[in-house]
Design a binder for this molecule. Structure first.
Ligand SMILES: Cc1cc2nc3c(=O)[nH]c(=O)nc-3n(C[C@H](O)[C@H](O)[C@H](O)COP(=O)(O)OP(=O)(O)OC[C@H]3O[C@@H](n4cnc5c(N)ncnc54)[C@H](O)[C@@H]3O)c2cc1C
Length: 497
């Protein structure tokens, strides 16, 4: 059977549900329909705007159950969606009337092997599940900066986190995956077994199968010094905060401090609740070392007199809760590549745009714009996997958040507009420095980066631009592992003709 486009797939009907229940009967697999009490929890997404009513939901507890459902859906042309942590804002883990495989319901186990420093993580875990379990043994791995995010989607698309400065991306920590394929098999992907599949999973991983278990490298991890310094955005403070952050980042990158990737941070523009909804600059201080060292290193920022300082020594899992946006609003993510030094005037311009947008509509006051100042490129020189976005640039994020469906269109458009500001800034930086050649999206940076982060840029962008020069190899692997294109929701790869 050839591959089907999304529009040729169909929903699941009562006969399919009976047939699937019978196929699953000896395995203990549970299939939910909209009348079941547990169904609404499976449909929930981090962003309300990403929710769709599945025709039926499998809440598997084994890879075998996943495999049975996938094979049936593939043979019957039924639309399939897979939910890890449910944090994609583009609706790619949801299906309108098709079969949803909700890994998050029952597959959240984490096993820690302390002697080999390896974590065995089930496919539906959140990073909070991993942080908590690993921390009991003084370990951690590179996960997301917000604990409620799913391991599945975040890792398979690359994965940045506060530990990236020391250990690279989440995909750099992946040593093995167990994958349920739509062709009906369960395979391992590792350096020894199906290394081509491991390569594909490390960046383009939502395209090949359902990962029911991730095996991840872990590292010794002590308590950290972390929190926020909050500043009112006066022109003088914007200038000083941005300059101090640039200097700290550059000194670290050039090896002039003892931080060596152990300090990470960023600048957010938001209206945080402790500031009574006023627009503020939030500087995150994350330091993997002592409080004494942190206070010395980040002195230039402390000296600017933040109006609020939440920094403290915290256990590692708490580091991934300091910047957690509310769950269950409507939201949309748009990536925005930038580079250092960040121009203070650019931050002022972006802030003015933020104020205009949020002042103009009360429903948007939870929105955030983020300049993430941590960089895995400096510690991991190798080009692991199919991820095509390592380079000299850093990630920015435009995150409109709202509640009313009538605002969907204007909020998404605002994210595009702010993204355009970042693109122009990067282009003029490229012209001025010769970095990034012509600059701009789709043009590769000096380490071959596509300047798009697929986990943030889940709408508007094209698969070829996300995977760059890796696209054609991914096409041949698509033909091998998912020839009928069951997994086609996020940056679908066309099987090789
Ligand atoms: C609050 C918040 C914080 C974030 N922070 C970060 C961050 O610090 N670093 C970062 O890099 N990104 C971050 N992101 C972006 C994040 O990487 C993406 O939203 C990602 O898609 C979330 O994965 P998920 O499993 O929760 O999502 P889901 O919506 O469940 O899934 C997203 C995609 O992955 C697929 N998928 C999920 N699990 C599996 C699996 N086990 N096997 C096969 N396919 C699977 C789904 O089918 C879907 O296509 C953040 C997002 C949010 C909303």
């Amino acid at each position: 059977m050839g591959s089907l486009s999304a529009s040729q797939k169909r929903g699941i009907n009562p006969e399919d549900i009976d047939a699937l229940r019978s196929l699953l009967s000896t395995t203990g697999g549970t299939l939910l329909t909209p009348h079941d009490e547990a169904y609404p929890a499976s449909i929930k997404r981090w962003s309300r705007a990403a929710e769709k009513p599945a025709g039926a939901v499998l809440t598997p507890s084994t890879a075998e159950q996943v495999c049975i459902a996938l094979k049936y859906a593939s043979e019957q042309n039924i639309d399939v969606a897979v939910k890890g942590g449910g944090h994609s804002t583009a609706g790619v883990s949801s299906t309108n009337g098709g079969l949803l495989i909700d890994l998050n319901a029952k597959m959240r186990g984490v096993e820690v092997d302390t002697s080999s420093k390896i974590l065995r993580v089930q496919g539906g875990c959140t990073w909070g599940d991993v942080d908590q379990e690993a921390n009991k043994h003084g370990l951690a791995t590179v996960g997301g900066t917000v604990a409620d995010t799913g391991v599945g989607g975040l890792l398979l698309g690359g994965g940045y986190g506060w530990l990236s400065g020391q250990h690279g991306l989440s995909i750099d920590c992946l040593v093995e995956a167990t994958v349920a394929l739509a062709t009906g098999g369960i395979v391992k992907a590792s350096a020894q077994e199906n290394p081509d599949l491991l390569w594909a999973l490390q960046g383009a991983g939502q395209n090949f199968g359902v990962v029911t278990e991730f095996v991840l490298k872990a590292f010794d991890q002590a308590d950290a010094f972390a929190g926020l310094l909050i500043f009112p955005p006066t022109p003088d403070l914007i200038d000083k905060v941005v300059t101090a952050t640039n200097d700290l980042y550059t000194a670290d990158r050039e090896g002039k401090t003892k931080v060596a990737g152990r300090g990470a941070g960023g600048i957010a523009i938001a209206r945080p609740p402790p500031a009574g909804g006023q627009v503020m600059l939030l500087v995150s201080i994350i330091y993997f070392g002592s409080e004494h060292e942190a206070k010395q290193i980040f002195k230039p920022l402390y000296d600017l007199g933040p109006v609020l300082d939440t920094t403290a020594v915290v256990p590692y899992p708490a580091v991934n809760t300091i910047l957690a946006p509310p769950i269950g609003l409507r939201a949309s993510m748009k990536g925005a590549a930038f580079t250092v030094p960040v121009r203070p005037q650019f931050v002022s311009d972006v802030l003015a745009e933020y104020v205009k947008f949020t002042d103009g509509n009360d429903d948007t006051s939870n929105s955030v714009i983020l300049f993430e100042m941590y960089d895995p490129a400096q510690v991991v020189a190798r080009e692991t996997g199919s991820f095509a976005n390592r380079g000299w640039h850093l990630n920015g994020l435009v995150l409109p958040m709202w509640t009313k469906q009538e605002n969907d269109k204007s909020c998404r458009q605002w994210a595009r507009d702010v993204n355009e500001m970042f693109k122009k800034e990067l282009e003029s930086h490229g012209k001025a420095t010769g970095k990034g050649v012509d600059g701009g999206v789709g043009v590769r940076g000096d380490k071959g980066a596509v300047l798009l982060y697929g986990n943030y840029d889940q709408y508007d962008e094209r698969s070829r631009d996300i995977f760059g020069q890796n696209y054609s190899r991914l096409q041949s692997l698509k033909s091998k592992y998912d020839p009928t294109s069951v997994f086609d929701k996020l940056f679908a790869i066309a099987p090789q003709a």
